[in-house]
Design a protein around this ligand. Sequence first.
Ligand SMILES: NC(=O)c1ccc[n+]([C@@H]2O[C@H](COP(=O)([O-])OP(=O)(O)OC[C@H]3O[C@@H](n4cnc5c(N)ncnc54)[C@H](O)[C@@H]3O)[C@@H](O)[C@H]2O)c1
Length: 308
Amino acid sequence: MVRKITVVGAGNVGATTAQGIAQRELAREVVMIDIVEGVPQGKGLDQWESAPIEGWDSRARGTNSYADTADSDLIVVTAGIARKPGMSREDLLNTNAGIVRDVSENIKRTSPNAIVIMVSNPLDAMAYVCMKTTGFPRERVIGMAGVLDTARYRSFIALELDLSVEDIQALVLGGHGDTMVPLASYTTVSGIPLAQLLPQDRIAKLVDRARTGGAEIVGLLKTGSAYYAPAAAVVQMAEAIVRDKKRILPCSAWLQGEFGMRDLFLGVPCKLGRGGLERVIEVELTEDERAALGKSADAVRETIALLS
Ligand SMILES: NC(=O)c1ccc[n+]([C@@H]2O[C@H](COP(=O)([O-])OP(=O)(O)OC[C@H]3O[C@@H](n4cnc5c(N)ncnc54)[C@H](O)[C@@H]3O)[C@@H](O)[C@H]2O)c1
């Protein structure tokens, strides 16, 4: 357990994440901060009132003041607007960049040693804005996307095969969503390569569904985007860091030569522990996978170029 974890943004993803972090007692104090007055306080109090029933002791609360978040060990950034039907993640770019800049300045001022997990979209670009604004090293700015994209892919494989999600392992690289790169050779069911259990055309359909998994939820909800699975993904990353688990999870990391790329955030296998991003794990890629990763990197660069 660390001393304090802050979640910025008390909306759907933020509040669900804060509840998950408190339930697992990852920190003594779990603080939610939002610009809307009363909402973080109300949700924080509501969460705290669930503690006696569920039997956890993290002190959950909400605030509008960064003073209450000071010296956080870990900060999850979910502040910003979410997609509505017909919008791409890139449509959120400049609105969310302004919000993430403001949030990052406050983080730098009040929690200069924190590890940041970025969630706001477009994810890889927002991680970049945060790293540039805070000046934090790459070990302390990590984007959440791959754990979610992989979970979607795994959940669809489990449905298709009528097998337990627990036995399905997969690795998804690249940018968040549409340009993600699922690595077929690293997808297994209890160690059995997926290709032995499903024909290629079925696998391709599942990959496509995972790629557009976010839009599928947006289309159904109509008023916002997914939050249960995204929050679960953040909580898994937070737990790997706080409990120093040294897990290998696909996250968006600032590449410094790995996979032949430099100076951009992209989804890659990351070792997460108490030091934050402890290592980027390079894996062998087929020629097609390498080309797809290159395309994904181009898409992230194009988005960054649109930042005003
Ligand atoms: N990385 C991923 O895989 C992933 C998954 C799901 C959602 N997201 C993104 O996460 C973000 C949040 O999604 P959501 O569904 O929770 O949206 P939401 O609208 O429910 O919540 C966003 C919250 O941010 C708050 N906010 C706005 N400006 C702020 C500021 N300057 N400081 C503090 N709080 C501020 C809003 O008041 C609101 O409560 C969106 O950008 C969404 O696209 C990313």
